[in-house]
Design a binder for this molecule. Structure first.
Ligand code: TPP
Ligand code: MG
Length: 363
């Protein structure tokens, strides 16, 4: 990955955080902490790993969000990838919206399982991985779990299962933010050496900084190379990452920001975006394979909608603007439909008048 690509991903991550918080703010409820901690992981996976260009293809890769309460992050990434309109995020948690507070199978392309009852998603992911192997499909299955979720007994049955069947097409991504619903995981029920537990259970186990794109890339590449067993990527993360007052704060597990808090969060994220853009312009070395400063025209836009979206963000065409444009288009379509309806009604009235006139003449 080049410096330029890393900076783009970091900007995208900030923009996704803004989308998540906006959706929660509108909904007046939801789970910010655990959504914000998996933004880099989902960004990386959907940018480089998960083959889901045809979301109906039986051979697509699968991602099961086992920690279902963090679904605002997944909705935002799916919208970013073009699988649903960004403006739909504003309907989060509304009655009749497909975007409920926990994932519902089939509600939106890319939502592969209904989850929220912790421990169940990983079990389904194991079944998907085994099913794919039996059918000879080359697809990969990813399951994103919380560290608090690992306290569920069912998780460990699934881990034994994955190991027993050598599910080398399964990658568990564990969000190790050390917070649960009501306290530190270590205090609620200590998991001790979590990575050793995975190793003891026959997993290839990789511990990384879950906010670092280079480490995410390295972990995914190790997953690809592992042929004899499942992989667990333990991602050390910060719950509430990106918003100062939400970081590592248990009270931000499951509540929406009020107006003042929301404004503060957006301000902070906007500042992070500006700084990243400056670094990009200056060609700052951020540990990538080349220094930045590549001309926009040289970027490989190929087939990916994503790349052009990232490019959009560079062109200062922010996601908020895109969402506003989408809303404008929706409004225009609605206005057009109303005008068409009114025109038809007018024409019908004129016809009736004509008939009446004709009838009157005849009387
Ligand atoms: C079976 C089950 N028990 C309890 C809950 C309530 N609950 C929702 S989120 C949560 C904490 C999860 O912690 P963690 O997996 O670490 O998530 P994160 O820190 O990433 O938000 C709990 C206990 C649930 N959803 N399912
Ligand atoms: Mg946690």
């Amino acid at each position: 990955m080049t410096d330029r690509e890393i900076l783009q991903l970091q900007i995208t991550a900030c923009e996704l955080r803004e989308l998540i918080l906006r959706a929660l703010f509108n909904a007046k409820s939801g789970h910010p902490g655990g959504s914000l901690s998996i933004v880099e992981a989902l960004t990386y996976l959907y940018k480089y790993e998960i083959r889901i260009d045809d979301p109906d293809s039986p051979d697509r890769d699968r991602l099961v969000l086992s920690k279902g309460h963090a679904v605002p992050a997944l909705y935002a990434v799916l919208a970013m990838k073009g699988l649903m309109p960004i403006s739909q995020l504003d309907t989060l948690r509304r009655i009749d919206s497909p975007l409920q507070g926990h994932p519902k199978l089939g509600s939106v392309p890319g939502i592969e399982m209904s989850t929220g009852s912790l421990g169940q998603g990983i079990s389904v992911a194991c079944g998907m991985a085994l099913g794919a192997k039996i059918r000879g499909q080359k697809l990969r299955v990813y399951a994103v779990l919380g560290d608090g979720e690992l306290q569920e007994g069912q998780v460990w049955e699934a881990i034994h299962f994955a190991s027993h069947y050598s599910l080398n097409n399964l990658c568990l991504m564990v969000d190790w933010n050390n917070l649960q619903i009501d306290g530190y995981v270590d205090d609620v029920m200590n998991l001790r050496k979590m990575d050793d537990r995975f190793r003891a259970n026959g997993f290839r186990t990789i511990v990384i900084d879950g906010h670092d794109f280079i480490e995410l890339q390295a972990a995914c590449s190790m997953f690809h190379q592992t042929k004899d067993r499942p992989t667990a990527v333990i991602m050390k993360t910060i719950k509430g990452k990106g918003v100062s007052y939400m970081e590592d704060a248990v009270e931000w597990h499951g509540k929406a920001p009020n107006e003042e808090e929301y404004k503060q969060a957006i301000l902070e994220l906007d500042q992070q975006i500006s700084q990243l853009r400056r670094m990009n312009q200056e060609g700052t070395d951020v540990g990538g394979t080349q220094t930045g400063g590549m001309a926009l025209g040289m970027m490989d836009l190929s087939d990916s909608k994503w790349d052009s979206m990232v490019l959009d963000s560079f062109a200062r065409n922010s996601l908020a603007q895109r969402a506003a444009a989408e809303r404008e288009m929706e409004q225009k379509a609605l206005d057009d439909a109303r005008q068409k309806e009114a025109r038809i009604a007018r024409e019908r009235m004129m016809k009736i008048n004509d008939t009446e006139t004709a009838g009157g003449d005849g009387e």
